[in-house]
Design a protein around this ligand. Structure first.
Ligand code: GLC
Ligand code: GLC
Length: 828
């Protein structure tokens, strides 16, 4: 069953009924101002940091789940009937409801009783404000007298404090209203240099700033007294719950349309320019007023939307493909890069599954998010790498997260995840391969943000490698610390206290828990670090890293192989995890994919054996489960993983982040069918037809799909903010389509499914556009791959660049300034 459809032409998903199984959301803003907006106009907004600079209040985990946030009411002033064009919260019946989620904007259209509205929500590029522009049309044969009410409930900036510290903050709220603009000024007089404001593009008939005055005693947002009566009372909030509510009136002749925009903005003032006049306590609103003026101009929102769409056309031009498979094309061309941008911006902070107060930017997560994003806006990837590296600890270790506003690391969500540093190497490697910008390696970067501690970025990479080498266990494998990529494999925690967080509880000392997964990740990272050192001409470091990778490969071969797959770990006392010896959790997906990516086991057939084991034991029609058999009982020695019911999350859910690793492994071993098969199992567009099972948005990946052991097998959760976005982008574009940036050129090495005979792609790479045409000759093979794969599978690959055949599959870099290179790949 479907709840809408894709409109690929307009790059939109069109939701056609408001009661989707879960809120189907979108994000507005991509620089400083961000907003979540659901298909019923719910959600909230913030400046940079979802926790520390929250603009509007939101009640999580509500019933229903999503009860508005951007409140917009239309009232028929002749009859007193009123409704929300986004359906929530009044749920009054609508005719012709559609919600179009586009790239950075959402348009909700609806009609009731002959009054049509179309509301465009967006954050204009470069601005710290959001617009809700409603075009109201009178389809009645007679004139209509209408009111529009726009309202927001202000959050008192720190969303954590706002949700807990009532004794203080029910007394701190302050507002001011001038010229029909509501200014939210809590703490501005004292310690803040910023305020929010809520304005309307037309002169308003009234306002309210006290929530109680607007809603009425004992009423909720579904029945505001002021809307019911058609009149706002001009209330001024002193403490309690300040809101911004504005009333616009309009009389529309038959067939007439009019635009009304509500604008919510955020303004910062320099410390010496906070007040106007300077020695008064009247806030300086000049900057805000200039912006508000702009939205009094009709057409401003259309211009903003056009600018936004142009920005996205340009970003997406980094890679466009035509394969003939709509699920591949629309995900690669539109939705997957879009999701990558959102995960890059927000890490795991704010979604319908992340409260915005729990987590900031993850060290491991942000490095992986780069992988799917770097080709779109390399300069922002560069800045991000430097921010992340600046939080690194002097011993090469990492804070697990940092707050985007302060850019300082903290231990709020735990520490001591021993895989963290290795991901920095992969992030930097991806950036270098994409851009060739070697200068970044010499940029001085502080340690733990300590002024004066700067050393060049390449030194940070060196210490990433040292970090692992300094923490090896009895089998020569890396010690796991609190956990590795799998946050829930807490082999040193032994928690039996109810409610204790596995992620922050103390580790039991003296253990020898080792991670086979980190070993594979380390081999990959050490190889990348070696290649990076070679770029700088540092042969000593290059050989050191290469030797470390070889030694670690030896440890994996000796102690990581279980007979038919790679083991997962050794626990605190040295017992196996992820082995046929275990009763539960015999085989885990993570090391199987990682080893292939690291090149471990390719030569000795182990990769193929491991891949076959995954297919046999872990694959389901809804994707590949994280491990099997699921833990049916709690294992004190394993930690959080066994605290989840079987089939959910890390306990044998389909943890989608890891599935692309297997797609890549399949592609590396030349099996295009296997790779695409896995790709389509979790591809949200391919799952659209089962939206009643999948339940999350069909246009973005979810972190998890319930596994076979779960009663709700196939149901997705935790959509949007997941490493699944970046890794699927990598798997499909770099390994299946095979368009892969390398240090000295773009490689084109597709591994096609049998059913494909050709595809076209354009890829922007270091300023040149590559026009790529891949074709199989009749009877030709499917693998454009490396020499051993080609000889194994027989086919011949021929790459012709601008009419001239080249050796191999890597296209030599053209002279700088070359606008276009034509690449033909023939599989004979
Ligand atoms: C979540 C975390 C990520 C972790 C994964 C597996 O997605 O954000 O860091 O690797 O879970 O536990
Ligand atoms: C990761 C996991 C999640 C776990 C969390 C702990 O995000 O996906 O299952 O609860 O880490 O912080």
């Amino acid at each position: 069953m479907r709840y809408g459809h894709f409109d690929d032409e307009r790059r939109e998903y069109v939701v056609t009924r408001p009661d989707t199984p879960l809120p189907w959301i979108n994000y507005l803003g991509s620089e400083d101002y961000f907003a979540l907006v659901s298909n019923t106009a719910g959600g909230y907004s913030f400046f940079r940091d979802a926790r520390l600079r929250r603009l509007i209040r939101y009640r999580y985990n509500n019933a229903p789940l999503d009860v508005g946030g951007r409140f917009l009411y239309v009232r028929d002033d002749d009859t007193g009937d009123y409704w929300n064009p986004g359906w929530q919260p009044t749920q009054r019946e609508l005719e012709d409801y559609t919600c179009r989620h586009g790239l950075g904007y959402t348009v909700i259209a609806a009609a009731r009783g002959g009054i049509r509205t179309e509301t465009t929500y967006l954050v204009p590029p470069g601005e710290t404000l959001e617009v809700w522009r409603t075009r109201v049309t009178n389809d009645r044969p007679i004139a209509a007298r209408l009111s529009l009410f726009g309202a927001v409930e202000f959050c008192l900036w720190d969303a954590q404090d706002d949700a807990t510290n009532f004794q203080r903050n029910l007394s701190t709220g302050e507002v001011r209203v001038e010229d029909g603009v509501v200014y939210h000024l809590t703490e501005y007089r004292e310690r803040r240099d910023h305020f929010a404001w809520f304005a309307c593009s037309v002169p308003v008939a009234g306002f309210d700033t006290s929530r109680e005055a607007f809603l009425g005693a004992y009423r909720g947002w579904d029945r505001p007294l002021a809307v019911e009566g058609g009149r706002l009372s001009g209330s001024i909030a002193h403490g309690w719950q300040p809101v911004g509510a504005l009333h616009a009136t309009l009389v529309l002749e038959p067939g007439e349309s009019r635009d009304v925009a509500f604008v919510l903005g955020y303004t910062e003032n320099p410390a010496d320019d906070k007040f106007d006049p300077t020695d008064s306590d009247r806030p300086n609103t000049a900057r805000a007023r200039a912006l508000i003026e702009r939205y009094r101009e009709p057409g401003q929102t259309d211009e903003d939307l056009a600018a936004l769409q142009a920005t996205w056309t340009d970003r997406l031009a980094g890679l466009q493909v035509t394969t003939g498979d709509p699920h591949v094309d629309r995900m690669v061309n539109i939705w997957n890069p879009y999701q990558c941008m959102v995960t890059f911006n927000l890490s795991r902070s704010a979604s319908m599954f992340e409260s915005g107060i729990g987590r900031g930017m993850g060290f491991r997560d942000s490095n992986q998010d780069l992988l799917g994003f770097v080709h779109m806006i390399p300069e922002r990837a560069r800045a991000r790498i430097l921010d992340i590296a600046a939080t690194q600890l002097p011993d090469g270790g990492a804070y697990h997260q940092y707050q985007p506003l302060t850019k300082r690391g903290n231990h709020d969500v735990g520490s001591g995840f021993n895989d963290d540093p290795a991901w920095l190497v992969l992030g930097v490697a991806a950036y270098l391969k994409e851009t060739g910008d070697r200068a970044i390696l010499d940029v001085p970067v502080p340690w733990d943000n300590e002024e004066g501690s700067q050393t060049p970025l390449h030194d940070h990479l060196r210490r990433c490698i040292d970090f692992t080498l300094g923490r090896l266990g009895p089998h020569g494998l890396p010690l796991i610390g609190r956990a590795d990529w799998n946050d829930c494999l807490n082999l040193n925690v032994f928690s039996d206290r109810p409610g204790e967080s596995f992620q922050t509880a103390p580790n039991r000392p003296g253990g020898v828990a080792e991670s086979v997964f980190i070993a594979g990740l380390f081999v990959l990272a050490a190889r990348e670090a070696s290649a990076i050192a070679r770029l700088r001409g540092d042969e000593t470091e290059a050989s050191r890293c290469a030797a470390a990778a070889t030694a670690m490969t030896g440890s994996i071969e000796a102690h990581g192989w279980d007979g038919a797959w790679y083991r997962r770990a050794y626990d605190h006392v040295g017992n196996l995890v992820g082995s046929a010896e275990n009763d539960e959790g015999q085989i885990f997906i993570e090391p199987q994919g990682m080893m292939a990516m690291a090149g471990v086991g390719l030569g000795d057939g182990r990769t193929r054996t491991a891949i076959a084991s995954v297919r046999e034991r872990l694959a389901t029609p809804h994707g590949i489960m994280l491990q099997q058999p699921a833990y049916a009982t709690y294992h004190l020695e394993l930690g959080e993983i066994s605290s989840y019911p079987p089939g959910y999350k890390e306990n044998a859910g389909v943890f989608c982040h890891t599935n692309p690793w297997l797609m890549i492994a399949e592609a590396i071993t030349g099996n295009g069918d296997g790779a695409l098969d896995y790709y389509l199992r979790i591809n949200p567009s391919a799952r659209e037809a089962i939206s009643d099972v999948h339940r999350c948005e069909p246009y973005v990946y979810a972190q998890m799909i319930a596994g076979r052991d779960a009663p709700t097998h196939g149901e997705a959760k935790n959509s949007w903010l997941t490493g699944t976005a970046a890794w699927n982008m990598v798997a499909i574009s770099q390994w299946i389509l095979g368009i892969r940036p390398e240090h000295d050129g773009l490689r084109v090495e597709p591994v096609l499914p049998e059913s494909w005979t050709s595809f076209r792609a354009t890829r922007r790479f270091r300023g040149t556009t590559y026009d790529i045409d891949v074709r199989r000759e009749p009877g030709g093979g499917t693998v454009g791959g490396s020499d051993d794969l080609v000889s194994e599978r027989g086919p011949r690959v021929e790459v012709v660049v601008d009419g001239r055949p080249i050796e191999g599959t890597r296209i030599p870099l053209p002279g700088s300034g070359t606008p276009l290179v034509r690449v033909e790949v023939r599989l004979a």
